[in-house]
Design a protein around this ligand. Sequence first.
Ligand SMILES: [Zn+2]
Length: 436
Amino acid sequence: MRAGTPAGARAGTPAAEPAPAAGPAPAAGPAAADPAELPTAATAVTPTAALPGLPRTLTTRARTLAAAVRKRCADLARIESPSGDAVRLDSLAEELAAGYAATGATAVRQRCDHGDHLVLDWPGQQEDLPHLLVVGHHDTVWPVGTLADWPVEERDGRLTGPGVLDMKGGLALLEGAFALLADLGQRPHRPVRLVIVSDEEVGSPDGRRQVERHLRGAAAVLGLEPGHPDGRLKTARRGSTRVRLTVTGREAHAGNDAADGVSAIDELVDQLIAVRGLARQPGTELNTGRIHGGTRANVIAGRAEAELGLRFSTTEAQHRTLDTLAHLTPHRPGADVRTEVLSSRPAWPERAGNPLLRHVRSLAAALGQHLDGAPAGGAGDTNLAGARGLPTLDGLGAVGAGPHARTEHLRIDQLGPRIALLAALLAVPLPRLRER
Ligand SMILES: [Zn+2]
């Protein structure tokens, strides 16, 4: 399947038992609302009031579907997919497209040499409304062969294995939510587009363009990254930029012709000392993560480089620091200093009031869940949306801990609640999220 061709439908997530009353949308499920099960304060004000019986139907069916989603997540994690491995990423993309297509999506592969990206579209009940954008990725930080000594396993109510939480769990959960709606004969309220990029774990150098293209006109943006370890959603994130400093000097014999040489290493050290001062400015954190240079002790180094990881709490701090780095000047004649931005994600600031979080919180309450949001440290593709002021929420993927670590796991008991929440978010009309 190449760009522009729809994915062939075939069985993906096994669906729960067929809905007895699968009718045209917005058909509610067969179960009537049970006031005893719903918090009364929430029922009175929640958006699900428009769809009576929906919370209970979603919760019950999500519970049934959780086993299929757990299996789907394990199966996806068994397809190793490190960033940069185009063959494996493409075969995983094919598998994902087939699963989503079985829930009614049209899939299009977007060509990328480092592994194709995937764009999926589900029609909504109200086709003319702006789309809801969901953002995910199918690459992981885990090299091929990790499964050999760390297989995907269930233990003590947890599913563990490389990439289960970040983010094969999130991808499986969304498939489960659409399977649930399809099962009820429901469509999402508005058109939904899912963009899955192949290079998120290396800063989305190519995938970023895909995400940005589909941000245009989106009503709201949801991320499938894992939530906070306690399940809370992510409401803001710091900006993140990787920078490479490359210093060129002039090689010379360190004993005989030292005066002819210009040490790239000495120059780099001086630059790094100056650069370290940037981290003392408010809103900026700096890690010099890698340095490299020179050849041997009796040669004055002709070349040296360093890779910096920067985190920013505000856009201003990001602009100020990157501007300083772009204008570094060499301390010694004959040396040259070059700054390259390898990847960059803008800061996504916290939004006062946050109507999207309020909406999701009230949906959760109607489903009998307690849910809140909090800012997060790490950056992701939802930074691109949040930085533009679009209503954005991340962390809607699996609940667990240890992403990028050997302790990575997700909580199996939280799969059902998340499926129900995602399905409710898709089915229930969004409130007004932006000031006019
Ligand atoms: Zn991730």
